[in-house]
Design a protein around this ligand. Structure first.
Ligand SMILES: [Zn+2]
Ligand SMILES: [Zn+2]
Length: 268
């Protein structure tokens, strides 16, 4: 019953939300879907908001915060993030129900304990008000979430190098983006150091920094216009296999769907 569980409820610009926990309690990373969808996904795994000990928000873009208002104020789930992200949430057009009693502040780099989970935040490079990733530690297993980042900085790398499980962005294929229909300023934004991570950046980092502790890689936040699930998967797989890391044997590689929930992963 207390095995580590993970499920993606949605991953991409139409809404991000991940469950991490065990069979009876856990945390959400981001709440960028509608509150009813999130509740439905929780109920499908036998949970409700009363089983959620906190939502940890990565940044204040709409696809990560849409439901924090009702989850925090109506369902009384604490909403944890940095002071700057909270200020961004208060200003955000997409959060109509503002946060009061549910607001919880974290400092970047610190580790806090919530129930049996230890959560460490770390800075990532992106263009919201403030941006963090999280490592959730549970029974000596480390689960690192790094989404919406223009490049893998030192702090992100440090976390990924110790992770048993990693949710890492593979947002775009460089050629698809360049040849696609996005206006130049948007292409430049995505490619920039405060934009998103490409399949190549993701695969190159993972292959060069692979360690035997890393058992599962989940590719997240794939672009609808500038990526394809198979392309993201094979690009990362090719980088790993160039370094003789065999997908399916040395590590599991999973692409998270943009709008469909993933299967519920239960780890030994
Ligand atoms: Zn996003
Ligand atoms: Zn973002």
């Amino acid at each position: 019953m207390d095995k580590l569980r993970f499920q993606s409820f949605g991953s991409g610009s139409s809404g991000n939300c991940y469950y991490i926990g065990n069979a009876s309690r856990g945390l959400l990373i981001d709440a960028g879907l509608g509150v009813r969808s999130i509740r439905k996904h929780l109920r499908n795994i036998g949970l409700d908001f009363e089983n959620i000990w906190g939502v940890f928000v990565t940044h204040d873009h709409a696809d990560h915060i849409k439901a924090v208002g009702p989850i925090g104020e109506k369902h009384h789930v604490p909403i944890y993030t940095t002071r700057a992200v909270h200020e961004g949430i208060q200003r955000s057009y997409c959060v109509t129900e503002k946060l009061y009693t549910s607001k919880k502040y974290i400092e970047k780099g610190e580790t806090i304990q919530v129930g049996e989970f230890n959560i460490t935040s770390f800075p990532v490079s992106h263009d919201a008000t403030d941006n963090v990733g999280y490592t959730v530690e549970y029974k000596e297993k480390r689960f690192t979430f790094a989404t919406d980042l223009g490049y893998i900085g030192e702090e992100v790398a440090n976390e990924l190098k110790q992770a048993d499980f990693a949710v890492l962005e593979a947002n775009y294929d460089e050629q698809m983006l360049q040849e696609g229909s996005y206006p130049v300023h948007l292409k430049n934004r995505i490619i920039s150091k405060t934009g998103h991570l490409s399949n190549d950046q993701c695969g190159l980092f993972l292959s060069e920094n692979f360690h035997s502790r890393l058992k599962h890689i989940f590719l997240c936040h794939l672009s609808r216009q500038n990526n394809l699930p198979d392309l993201a998967y094979t690009t990362v797989q090719n980088y790993l296999e160039e370094k003789k890391i065999i997908v399916g044997k040395d590590v599991q590689l999973i692409t998270l769907d943009r709008s469909e929930p993933s299967e519920l992963f239960i780890f030994e």
